[in-house]
Design a protein around this ligand. Structure first.
Ligand code: NAP
Length: 326
């Protein structure tokens, strides 16, 4: 029986592993891939984490993992398929006597975490599964995925050296991707649906200084065309209604993230966008379930806030275990 099963090994999960180990909790971190770090490993450069200016995202993920390994944190590579709550003794007694209670001292149920490698029994679950790339849902996007349509410039950008690409989106990721691609591509279009970017000012400044980047404002993508490979992007100016075609070899979609919270929908509360409802302390609506990082409702989704979440959530796990004497 674990004190806590941490699901996910991005900055939130890895930081939680470190804090759990240091707190003397019996913890295991379940990760789907052999490479830890989550979304960070696909980031070319991270320049806003104190003490590590300009670090490569992959190196940062490795550093976090090395730290956890050095402390002896336990990891399992497996895919979690379900999280199930088992009733505690008090709850069963109350139910038998037909008494309803939501008192905290009755929160003594444990959880079964089912994975493709077996079952884990735990007193608490810490959800740190992060988020995945949102899709545009336009014709050609799915059909040409991997054939010029990509969601990761640092993974696939090298294939487009000396060629023309388009990035869709106006957030930090879109602007970082365009800057990264501009280093190797002959020309990069940034297609954004509004007349203002939401990316950090420092990134916008760098982007606008690049001679081979052209920002196409107030424009949406209609379809991605090509036979076996991307050949063109059809676009429409939302202010004038004018349609046109960009001749491109690659399209990088960077239109935000979607929380990977499917596993939690039956065991706790998520908001209308799928983010797990939890405050800074990581406490979810279901006793014994905690959330940290991009998966939870929060204002600022950054590496540093994900790492902080991991620390806060483990503190809440400790308090929960103490309070409920389990
Ligand atoms: P984001 O900040 O949500 O930006 C998504 C962008 O895509 C927005 O510009 C949005 O347009 C646009 N968009 C959304 N749906 C669209 C659609 N259907 N068609 C066209 N455009 C669409 O997402 P993100 O850039 O992936 O970043 C995710 C989170 O990670 C953010 O909180 C971000 O700050 C953080 N992050 C931080 C760093 C860093 O600190 N260095 C790096 C990467 C990511 P509108 O602007 O019109 O809404």
């Amino acid at each position: 029986m674990y004190d806590v099963v941490i699901i996910g090994s991005g900055p939130a999960g890895l930081c939680a592993s470190i804090y759990a180990k240091r707190a003397g909790l019996r913890a295991v971190t379940v990760e789907r891939n052999f490479i830890s770090g989550g979304q960070v490993v696909n980031t070319y450069e991270v320049d806003n984490y104190p003490g590590l200016p300009g670090i490569n995202g992959f190196d940062m993920g490795m550093k976090f993992r090395e730290h956890a390994d050095k402390l002896g944190c336990e990891f399992q590579t497996a895919t979690v398929q379900a999280i199930k709550k088992q009733q505690g003794k008090n709850q069963m007694l109350l139910q038998a006597a037909s008494i309803e209670s939501d008192k905290e001292q009755d929160n003594q149920g444990t959880f079964i975490v089912e994975t493709d490698k077996g079952i884990l029994e735990t007193k608490c679950v810490l959800a740190a599964m992060g988020a995945s790339h949102a899709k545009l849902g336009i014709p050609g996007e799915e059909e040409l995925s991997g054939m010029g349509v990509s969601y990761c410039a640092t993974c696939d950008g090298a294939f487009f050296k000396g060629r023309t690409t388009a990035v869709i989106g106006g957030g930090d990721v879109a602007v970082e991707d365009a800057i990264f691609l501009a280093r190797g591509c002959e020309k990069v279009y940034l297609v954004h649906r509004r007349d203002e970017l939401r990316a950090a000012e420092i990134l916008q400044r760098e982007l606008k200084s690049l001679p081979n980047v052209e920002i196409i404002w107030d424009t949406i993508a209609l379809s991605i065309d090509g036979k076996d490979q991307v050949e063109a992007l059809q676009i429409k100016n939302v202010k004038t209604g004018e349609k046109s075609e960009l001749s491109v070899d690659g399209v990088f979609v960077a239109v935000g993230i979607l929380p990977q919270s499917e596993l939690l929908l039956d065991v706790t509360v998520c908001d209308e966008k799928g983010y797990v409802v939890a405050g800074e302390d990581g406490v979810c609506k279901t006793p014994g379930i905690f959330a940290a990082g991009d998966i939870r409702t929060k204002k600022l989704r950054q590496i540093i806030t994900a790492a902080a979440d991991g620390a806060n959530a483990i503190t809440s796990v400790q308090e929960y275990l103490l309070k409920n004497k389990i």
